[in-house]
Ligand binder design. Structure first.
Ligand SMILES: Nc1nc2c(ncn2[C@@H]2O[C@H](COP(=O)(O)OP(=O)(O)OP(=O)(O)O)[C@@H](O)[C@H]2O)c(=O)[nH]1
Ligand SMILES: [Mg+2]
Ligand SMILES: [Zn+2]
Length: 532
């Protein structure tokens, strides 16, 4: 049933929104028709607004939604110029069935849309919502996958319940890997039997042989590797301050976003200029609104020594990778991918992982959920002040134990924050005599680490996403901020201008240049006028 249409770019492209079947399932079709009747876009007439420009979550190429290609369904139409002989052919439709679905060359109705540049399928919501790319970066075994599994799981409930911001999988099938992580952490049948943490979430596979982690795309005679995106619809609900029923913005496109993250293996961030595969699968760095760098302090010898002084002997780290080099390499890639535009560098949040194992070094930091609920407001506000205070305290600790990290981070980012996180919330236990098999050169195997599912209680895993959204994405997450008195403002300016990072050899800090007038460059504002 044809219920509405919307002109694209004033010429001969039209999107037709139609409902198929009882489920009310929506589809958008690009029709090359000239004189379809036009109706005003808006709620209630079955129309759905499309974004002006789609950014592909696989190759980050931009395209007009009207130029999307469709994926054929007939089994006889195998073979695609970009994806090889095992993929269904992509096509631009010229015939449609009675319901408006495009027909492939063998007459099968099709509903899956793909990017015209790389030909990879993408969730349809990318045609309707503005993207929010977030990069999670870190060395091997720093805790990226554990963090993502815990953070996405907890964000689903926190964002909906506390912020009236719905979070749904844009395509559950394509999010299967992260859903597996979530199930491993939070949906075990037996809550009391200890599980081996190395098996609970396995090391992310890497390289040309880890076919599940990327898609190979032929382009200009080359075979390029594109990482698998995981995407979530973030949509305001009734009660959210920016949830307005506006006829000129039926999808609330000015506010809603499609959050897109990637789970790369740490190896793809190691500085290996010889390996184009690594650079290709991490090219999302150039699109990131903010970057989350996962730093594992237990892989840093000096930090680990300090922890051992307080807690006694710790299991040796699985590996020690050059985490500073990984950060510097990520910065180099951002710089290169953004053609050297330093002004466009995204804010950098340093997540210091496995807080459960080192929290004794950071006493006095309040790690309860940094949310404040007003007495009358239906939504909570994010306690940005408390998060920034924790960041200042953690920065001081890192400056003493890992000055290289602070120095590297602050040389890269205009905005750098330091956040403690723990995906598990409890340090796994080891058992005497239970070790992994000996290494190839005969060295003793590492102890096996166990955790009981009942004990998994993540700490602050949602904070990096919520903070990033509150600070750097307009109107999604409200900040709970006190209005400062003029005197307090001056103190805040001084506070937000922390002491400089001494170079490795330096002992006395250099004076820092005076603070810029704008202490908080991006302010949250819920003035509804602003949305018009
Ligand atoms: N104590 C503690 N250990 C953790 C935590 N999260 C992860 N780990 C440990 O760190 C190991 C590596 O975590 P992953 O999430 O797989 O690390 P990764 O960064 O994804 O590693 P790659 O996939 O190799 O890049 C796990 O096997 C756990 O042993 C945590 O919150 N606390
Ligand atoms: Mg991983
Ligand atoms: Zn693409």
């Amino acid at each position: 049933m044809l219920v509405g249409c919307q002109a694209k770019t004033g010429i001969n492209h039209f999107f037709v929104t139609h409902f198929a079947g009882q489920a009310g399932f929506k589809s958008y079709l690009c029709l090359s028709l000239r004189y379809l009747p036009l109706g005003p876009p808006g709620k209630g007439n079955g129309m759905s607004a499309l974004v002006e420009e789609v950014v592909c979550p696989s190759c980050w190429g931009e395209f007009d939604p009207a130029d999307g290609v469709w994926i054929s369904r007939h089994p006889g139409l195998m073979g695609d110029v970009r994806l090889g002989p095992d993929a269904q052919e992509r096509f631009q439709p010229s015939r449609f069935d009675a319901r408006g679905f495009p027909l492939d060359a063998r007459g099968q109705a099709c509903s899956e849309v793909a990017c015209p540049h790389c030909h990879l399928a993408l969730p349809r919501y990318f045609l309707e919502m503005r993207p929010l790319f977030v990069s999670v970066v870190g060395a091997p075994a720093s805790g990226k996958s554990y963090f993502l599994g815990a953070a996405i799981h907890q964000l689903r409930s926190v964002s909906g319940e506390r912020f009236k911001l719905g979070m749904l999988d844009a395509d559950p099938e394509r999010n299967a890997l992260i859903l597996d992580y979530e199930r491993a952490l939070f949906q075990q049948r037996d809550l009391d039997s200890p599980l081996d943490v190395a098996e609970l979430i396995r090391k992310t596979q890497y390289g040309a042989n880890a076919a599940g982690t990327f898609a190979a795309v032929r382009h200009g005679g080359l075979l390029l590797h594109r990482p698998r995106p995981f995407s979530y619809r973030l949509e305001t609900k009734s009660g959210h301050p920016a949830h307005l029923e506006q006829t000129d913005d039926p999808n609330n496109q000015k506010v809603n976003r499609i959050l897109c993250v990637y789970d790369n293996a740490g190896e793809s961030y190691l500085p290996t200029r010889q390996d184009p595969h690594a650079e290709e699968v991490t090219a999302h760095l150039a699109q990131a609104r903010f970057i989350l760098f996962v730093f594992d302090p237990l892989q840093d010898r000096r930090f680990l020594n300090e922890v051992e002084q307080v807690k006694g002997p710790m299991p040796p780290p699985k590996q020690i990778t050059g985490q500073y080099e990984v950060l510097a390499e990520a910065a180099r890639r951002v710089h290169q991918l953004r053609s050297g535009d330093r002004g466009a560098w995204p804010p950098l949040l340093i997540l210091v992982s496995k807080w459960d194992a080192w929290h004794q070094l950071l006493p006095g930091v309040d790690m309860s959920e940094p949310l404040r609920q007003g007495s009358r407001a239906p939504v909570a506000g994010l306690d940005v002040e408390r998060i920034e205070s924790a960041s200042d305290q953690l920065r001081t600790l890192l400056l003493r134990l890992c000055p290289n990290l602070v120095q590297t981070a602050e040389a890269i980012g205009h905005e750098v924050r330091y956040l403690p996180v723990s995906a598990l919330g409890k340090t796994p236990e080891t058992r005497p005599g239970m070790n992994r098999p000996a290494g190839p050169s005969g060295e003793k195997g590492l102890p096996v680490e166990f955790i009981r599912p009942r004990d998994i209680r993540p700490t602050w895993v949602t904070v990096p996403f919520l903070y990033g959204m509150a600070r750097f994405v307009s109107k999604l997450v409200p900040k709970a901020e006190r209005k400062l008195e003029p005197k307090e403002k001056q103190v805040a300016i001084e506070k937000s201008n922390p002491p400089p990072v001494p170079s490795i050899q330096e002992t006395s800090p250099k004076p820092r240049p005076p603070a810029k007038a704008a202490v908080k460059p991006i302010e949250f504002d819920f003035d509804p006028e602003d949305l018009k």
